[in-house]
Write a protein that binds this ligand. Structure first.
Ligand SMILES: *Cc1c(COP(=O)(O)O)cnc(C)c1O
Length: 384
């Protein structure tokens, strides 16, 4: 096997799920397995975790089909946008549709009537993301229509938060600092999760007024809301990053005990003494001041070890932390082992064993989600 690999601790993932479940009970837990299980490798994670999940969430229908072909029988909600042309797959693979528009709901009902199969459907309400979904102020028509869709099983209703990981006690000023990595908008446009919840609650009231008592699965909470807003848990929560052991923001109190399950490892593939003044790697961005042992690690940005981290990361070799030096290449990067006797074949840890996903996110100037989901398919996943 390739010396560069990702080790995934399945028992830790199960423990994370159990700890989340204990925190939100009696609410159910939808486990989010989109984006290759946040990079962990869905082929190993899904069969192991599905028996313990009440529901599975994916972003796109292709991910759901992949799970069904693996034999996963747990209900699967396709949370993202669906084109009308993709609807037949929902019938064929027994998937749950996020009905995010009146048109999609109508198309689904027509197809269900003609195929005589009932399709599980969750109404998607947009309370402040301005992404997919029907806004709370136009939801009445969607609800009205859903009540006449006799061929659909209207099973749930949900919304998604834009800022759930931001604590409400924060001032607007500190909020805009928090989201500074993408702050293109004035802070007064930030929609608070509590406002989104109010809007969702209005929609639920419309539903309750219109319909016979009907137990819809109501769900809103991503990881941030699972942690910070117990009133958002309703009947089910949808933790993604938290299930993978990572908090959605750094300043959230650790009220649910979860831990990352990833260890990214490699091996030294070359070891040489480099003379002072000899620039290392493309662009010769780094050079040693004195004779130094420069070792090469067979992992690069094509594996998801971002090029823009160049000269910032540290790795662990033989229990010691060393700096990455020189431009990170597509398939290799270099490490300055100083005067230490680091040899070909020595194990290198890139993530885990004391290197947190948060550190990689900082070096890459992004968040933990992007770091994890970008560990590429070229890196074998080993499930333990
Ligand atoms: C990805 C996603 C989640 C999970 O988000 P986290 O922040 O990782 O918890 C929940 N709901 C929807 C609709 C999503 O797309």
């Amino acid at each position: 096997m390739r010396p560069t690999y990702l080790q995934v601790d399945l028992a830790q993932l199960k423990q994370n799920l159990e700890n989340i479940r204990a925190h939100v009970a009696p609410a159910k837990v939808l486990v989010v397995l989109k984006a290759n299980a946040y990079g962990h490798g869905v082929d190993g994670v899904a069969p192991f975790i599905a028996p313990f999940a009440d529901y599975i969430g994916v972003a796109i229908v292709e991910e759901a089909i992949h799970l069904r072909k693996m034999g996963i029988a747990t209900p699967i909600l396709v949370m993202g946008g669906t084109l009308p042309g993709q609807l037949p797959d929902f019938f064929e693979y027994d998937l749950t549709l996020a009905a995010s528009s009146l048109d999609l709901l109508t198309a689904a009902e027509q197809l269900a009537a003609s195929t005589r199969k009932r399709l599980k459907t969750h109404l998607k309400i947009d309370t402040g993301m301005e992404r997919i979904g029907v806004r709370e102020y136009e939801a009445e028509a969607l609800i009205e229509k859903s009540l006449s869709c006799s061929h659909l099983e209207i099973e749930g209703i949900f919304t998604h938060f834009a800022n759930s990981e931001i604590m409400e006690s924060k001032t607007m000023e500190s909020i805009s600092l928090l989201i500074a990595d993408g702050a293109h908008s004035p802070s007064d446009s930030i929609v608070k999760a509590s406002l989104q919840l109010e809007r969702f609650q209005e929609v639920l009231s419309i539903y309750e007024r219109r319909s016979e008592p009907h137990p819809l699965i109501r769900h809103t909470a991503n990881s941030g809301a699972t942690l910070l807003m117990p009133e958002s848990h309703y009947d089910m929560v949808r933790p993604g990053v938290l299930f993978y052991g990572v908090y959605p923001a750094r300043d959230i109190e650790r009220t649910i005990d979860v831990k990352p399950a990833l260890t990214w490892k490699s091996q030294v593939v070359y070891s040489k003494i480099t003379l002072p003044g000899r620039g290392v790697s493309y662009g010769s961005l780094w050079q040693a001041e004195a004779e130094s042992r420069i070792v090469t690690v067979p992992c690069g940005y094509a594996d998801g070890y971002f090029r823009r981290m160049t000269n910032q990361p540290r790795v662990i070799i033989n229990g010691k932390s060393y700096p990455q030096v020189g431009r990170i290449c597509m398939d290799q990067f270099m490490v300055n082992a100083g005067l230490d006797d680091v040899k070909v074949g020595d194990e290198v840890t890139l993530l885990g064993n004391g290197i947190a996903p948060e550190e990689l996110a900082d070096w890459a100037g992004t968040n933990e989600y992007e770091v994890m989901t970008n560990i590429s398919a070229r890196v074998p996943r080993v499930f333990v």
